[in-house]
Design a protein around this ligand. Structure first.
Ligand code: FO1
Length: 315
């Protein structure tokens, strides 16, 4: 059985960067990216799946390089007009991006699954790798903050991560079924490695791991599970990871993220800026340059991660 399939768990901008690196060094049929859908929400009557879209735009080369989310070369007529009408304009939807949300919403209402919509969008955008939502059932990340329970995008975008986070909850996750195609792939016996991308562990990765059956399927793959640290030099590259770790009472370190994933990990890729924390990590640590600024950086980190996984597999 040739173990060639790379399964990558991703959410947010950081995860999409490594997914792009992997997509550029692997044949299209050897990469399956599992997208977090805990960030999804209904807004302006539209079903919005930000982490799926960040992944697909990035893999299609359509992403906005400045923000990492939404599309490049955007125009904002819709946002200007809805603002002028007194509508909600805190979540920026570009005119081209808007078409995807409108069309996805129409198809979901017509009874298509999120997986079906995502697969067709990837095909139309010329993406070879498979991108699948972690589940076709509704899972919604909510934040218990110092101002009470709030929806994720309200916390992340409208309130710009200002509220203090005391707890995260993934509404619906206990009833959510893991995406059947992902489980089948993980249990196929043909998995080379499962990679946890450098995404925010709490908001991008844990919703995926919390789905009943997902961890078991990952372990049943009998493939090395390797995570890439989202923390570099004790800080997050982007987003609220470090602030959340402080507020959740965790040490802000690459080692603390590894500890958070616990015995799930066989390997852990962290930056040499955090090398002093190696001793406390149970998984096999690889020190590498984990900051991804250029396309070469994305590909190089992807190679390092795959090499670490292959070395673990040949133990
Ligand atoms: N993030 C922001 O910080 N501000 C926005 O206005 C914003 C709009 C947006 C529109 C479409 C989309 O797919 C993502 C968007 N994001 C925005 C990112 C989104 O909040 C994601 O959930 C984060 O990237 C975290 O995963």
């Amino acid at each position: 059985m040739n173990k060639r399939l790379v399964v990558a768990l991703s959410g947010g901008v950081g995860g999409a960067k490594l997914a792009l690196g992997l997509s550029r060094i692997l044949p299209a049929d050897e990469l399956l990216v599992v997208a977090n859908t805990g960030d999804d929400f209904e807004h302006l009557g539209l079903s919005i799946s930000p982490d799926i879209d960040t992944l697909t735009y990035t893999l299609a080369g359509l992403d906005n390089p400045a923000t990492g989310w939404g599309r490049r070369d955007e125009t904002w007529s819709f946002m200007d007009s809805i603002g002028a009408l007194g509508g909600e304009d805190w979540f920026k939807l570009g005119d081209r991006d808007l078409a995807l949300h409108v069309e996805r919403t129409r198809r979901l209402r017509a009874g298509q699954t999120l997986s079906e919509v995502t697969t067709d969008v990837c095909r139309r955008l010329g993406i070879g790798a498979r991108v699948l939502p972690m589940s076709d059932d509704r899972v919604r990340t909510r934040v218990r903050s110092d101002v009470g329970w709030i929806d994720f995008q309200d916390y992340f975008v409208r309130q710009q991560c200002r509220p203090v986070v005391h707890e995260l909850a993934f509404d619906g996750v206990t009833l959510a079924r893991p995406n059947a195609d992902i489980v089948a792939a993980l249990r196929s016996g043909s998995v080379r490695t499962v990679i946890i991308c450098p995404s925010n562990p709490f908001i991008s990765v844990e919703p995926i791991l919390a789905i009943p059956g997902m961890r078991d399927a990952m372990k049943a793959s009998n493939a090395p599970i390797v995570a890439v640290s989202p923390i570099i030099g004790g800080e997050a590259v982007k987003g609220p990871t470090a602030k959340m770790m402080r507020e959740l009472g965790l040490e802000v370190s690459a080692a603390a993220v590894a500890a958070r994933y616990g015995d799930l990990l066989d390997g852990y890729i962290m930056d040499d800026a955090d090398a002093d924390g190696v001793g406390t990590i149970g998984a096999r640590v690889t020190i590498a340059k984990t900051l991804m600024k250029s396309l070469d950086d994305r590909e190089a980190l992807a190679r390092v991660t795959l090499d670490a996984a292959d070395a673990l597999a040949s133990r």
